[in-house]
Design a protein around this ligand. Structure first.
Ligand code: BT5
Length: 219
């Protein structure tokens, strides 16, 4: 872990690194060491960034924002925390680029012009939840292979500085998670439904590989 820094954003401690394996994994270590949530782990690069099912999350230096937000999981509907984070990412992008064609692909992807700009990995650890968010900033940092399916904020115009993005992302995440914890889950679900997650053809792949095709009607 290189270049450790520390700061409070709205009274929540931020542990900041230049490079880590995975911010979610560092967050897990911090929980093990007894750090009490809420706290955030932020890195400018990850060498082993992860998606769901151990898929890889490309995280080159300064290519994007890699943030893990850790808070208490002791609320009903914690299972839709991923959606609250997807809505937060949507709000961040629209805050800086109000006119983009943005969709949320259920359950954890945010797309701009049908290309993935952000992914979310939420993990429950005891009574806490770690919500990892990757948001691409500079497309030329990514591999050739990824360019076909991914996009970044700098494709939409001059991206704001990284610190402003982190600040707004944290504020939106914090707001949505608090809302969810106090019974505001319906707003989150409606927002996801409004963001293109329903009314489209979907393919559901079950754990045994069986595929189901159809039109998504509701979350
Ligand atoms: C995700 O998984 O989309 C969740 C990604 C979560 C990343 C954050 S970064 C901070 C925290 N620390 C971590 O280690 N992880 C979290 P999934 O739905 O499984 O999508 C993975 C797929 O997205 C890959 O198989 C690629 O096809 C694609 N992909 C990989 N890197 C990408 C990137 N930077 N931008 C867009 N797509 C990417």
């Amino acid at each position: 872990m290189e270049h450790f820094g520390f700061e409070y954003v709205k009274s929540v401690p931020f542990f900041m690194f230049y490079s880590v394996g995975s911010t979610n994994r560092v967050a897990k270590e911090f929980l093990k060491w007894g750090v009490n949530p809420p706290f955030c782990v932020l890195a400018a690069a990850q060498t082993e960034g992860r998606g769901r099912l151990e898929r890889k999350w490309e995280s080159p230096p300064y290519g994007g924002v890699y943030l893990s937000h850790v808070c208490s999981a002791e609320f009903e509907r914690v299972q839709i925390a991923t959606l609250a984070a997807a809505v937060a990412v949507k709000e961040v992008i629209l805050h800086f680029e109000p006119n983009v064609n943005l969709t949320i692909r259920y359950p954890n992807d945010v797309l701009v012009n049908n290309k993935k700009i952000s992914g979310i990995l939420a993990e429950l650890v005891g009574n806490s939840i770690i919500i990892g968010v990757g948001l691409n900033l500079h497309l030329n940092a990514f591999s050739e292979d990824l360019l076909r399916e991914a996009t970044a904020l700098d494709e939409l115009g001059e991206p704001p500085d990284r610190y402003s993005i982190v600040r707004v992302l944290f504020e939106q995440l914090d707001k949505n998670l608090r809302q969810l914890a106090s019974g505001g889950g319906d707003r989150i679900i409606e927002e996801v439904e409004r963001s293109g997650a329903v009314g489209c053809m979907v393919k559901v792949v079950e754990m045994d590989g069986k595929e189901v095709h159809g039109v998504a009607e509701r979350i």
